[in-house]
Ligand binder design. Structure first.
Ligand code: HEC
Length: 201
C-alpha cells in the first residue's frame, strides 16, 4: 500500500517535471521575450505604487482617461509602477519649439532640477521624453496599443509630470524618488550600479 502510494507520488512528480520541461523547451515568442526582459531588469520606479487614484481624481476628465488606459496597457510587460514613478518630465506646450522653450525656462527658474545630484535620478526633464518613450514601448513586440490610446497615455504622462513632480510638488517628488532609489540600491546593488554606469540614474 505504502509502496503503491509512493509509486503514484513518483509518477505525479515525473509528470509535473515533464510538463515543466515541455513548457521551458518551447521557444519564447518575441512578446514573451520582451516581457521577460522587462521583468529581469528592474528599475527603482518598480518599487513605488501601482496606482495614484487620489491624485488623478483631481485631474481633468480627458487626462484621467489616459491614466485609466495606462493602468491596463502599460502593465503588460512590467507593472504600471514603472511609468507612474518615473523621473521623466516632459513640459506642456502646443508645438515642439514651445516645449523646448519651456525646458529652457525651467533651467533658468529652477536650476535645482538640473544639478548633477538631481538629474537624471530625481528629475529627467526633456522636451520630448514621454513622446519618445511611449513610441518606443509601442514599437515593442506584443505591445498592442493603438495610436489613439498611445496619444491619450502620452497626454496623461505630460500633464501628470508637470503637476505632480515639479513646481509646488517638487519637494514631495524629490523625497519620493530618494526613497525609491535608496530601497532599490539596497535590494538590487548590482543593477543600481549598472543603471548609474549607463547614465540612467
Ligand atoms: C511589450 C512589453 C512592454 C510594454 C507593453 C510596455 N513596456 Fe515599458 N518597458 C519594457 C521593457 C523591455 C523595458 C526596459 C527598457 C527598454 O527596453 O526600453 C521598459 C521600460 C520602461 C520604462 C523605464 C525606462 C527608463 O529608462 O527609465 C518606462 C518609463 C516604461 N517602460 C514606460 C512604459 C509605458 C508608458 C508603457 C505604455 C505606453 C509601457 N512602458 C509599455 C517593455 C514594455
Amino acid at each position: 500500500m505504502a509502496a503503491g502510494l509512493l509509486a503514484a507520488g513518483m509518477l505525479a512528480l515525473l509528470a509535473a517535471s515533464w510538463t515543466r520541461t515541455l513548457a521551458a523547451d518551447r521557444p519564447l515568442t518575441p512578446a514573451e521575450l520582451e516581457k521577460r526582459n522587462a521583468l529581469a531588469n528592474p528599475y527603482p520606479n518598480d518599487l513605488g505604487p501601482l496606482k495614484i487614484d487620489d491624485v488623478v481624481a483631481k485631474y481633468p476628465d480627458n487626462i484621467r482617461d489616459g491614466y485609466k488606459i495606462l493602468l491596463v496597457k502599460c502593465a503588460q510587460c512590467h507593472t504600471s509602477a514603472r511609468p507612474l514613478n518615473s523621473q521623466f518630465v516632459e513640459p506642456e506646450g502646443k508645438t515642439p519649439p514651445a516645449k523646448e522653450a519651456a525646458v529652457a525656462k525651467l533651467r533658468k527658474d529652477h536650476p535645482e532640477y538640473f544639478t548633477a545630484s538631481a538629474r537624471p535620478a530625481i528629475w529627467n526633464i526633456d522636451a520630448h521624453i514621454w513622446s519618445r518613450y511611449v513610441h518606443r514601448m509601442m514599437s515593442k513586440p506584443g505591445c498592442n496599443i493603438s495610436s489613439v490610446d498611445g496619444k491619450k497615455i502620452w497626454e496623461f504622462l505630460v500633464y501628470d509630470g508637470v503637476h505632480r513632480k515639479i513646481g509646488a510638488n517638487a519637494a514631495a517628488w524629490k523625497a519620493h524618488r530618494e526613497k525609491l532609489l535608496s530601497e532599490f540600491k539596497a535590494k538590487y546593488p548590482k543593477r543600481y550600479q549598472e543603471l548609474v554606469s549607463q547614465g540612467e540614474l
